[in-house]
Design a protein around this ligand. Structure first.
Ligand SMILES: [Zn+2]
Length: 177
């Protein structure tokens, strides 16, 4: 599935990236040409809903399915890329990412952290927050196999159990692709 994205990185230029199968997880997003550090690559789009609605929407999903299209922006807002989402939802997590998520006026953008070569898979640190009541196997559910030298072994943040962190980042709750 290779879909060109219009309006990202200059409408008339060749697309910056494409979606294809990834060795890390399902589909991934890969640079088609050189992307300079600081480039705003894509906005994370989807339906804008409350945490309560997000929880209710996915409460029946298998908690061992870690595939999440939810992005927690702040206490009052979650973006559900499972509804009207764009290719940003296919960008995988890495502990040594080449992109970062940036929140500006309650919108989420994915920016290049460094220069990215054509063919490289795009990634950012999901920093999925820990929550009270996480199942004991939460680290297995959100295990990271990004393969980077400093892989912390989990997509959760902070890396240690027992510390709840309220911060922006991808959010748990399963969502099937
Ligand atoms: Zn990792």
């Amino acid at each position: 599935m290779a879909r060109a994205v219009k309006g990202q990185g200059g409408a008339r230029r060749a697309p910056l990236f494409k979606v294809r199968r990834s060795r890390v997880h399902g589909r991934g997003v890969f640079a088609l040409r050189r992307i300079r550090k600081g480039t705003r690559i894509i906005e994370y789009l989807g339906e804008r809903i409350s945490h309560r609605v997000a929880d209710r929407r996915y409460e029946d999903h298998d908690e061992n399915d870690n595939h999440t299209f939810l992005f927690s922006v702040d206490r009052g807002l979650v973006i559900d890329a499972g509804v009207e989402g764009n290719d940003a939802r296919f960008i995988n997590h890495s502990c040594e990412p080449n992109c970062e998520s940036v929140i500006e006026r309650r919108r989420v953008f994915i920016d290049a952290l460094r220069d990215i070569a054509p063919g490289e898979e795009l990634s950012y640190d999901y920093q999925i927050g820990r929550e009270r009541g996480d199942p004991p196997n939460v680290d297995e559910i959100y295990a990271c196999r990004c393969g980077s030298k400093d892989c912390r072994g989990t997509m959760l943040w902070p890396p240690r159990r027992g510390n709840a962190a309220k911060r922006a980042g991808k959010q748990r709750r399963a969502s099937r692709s």
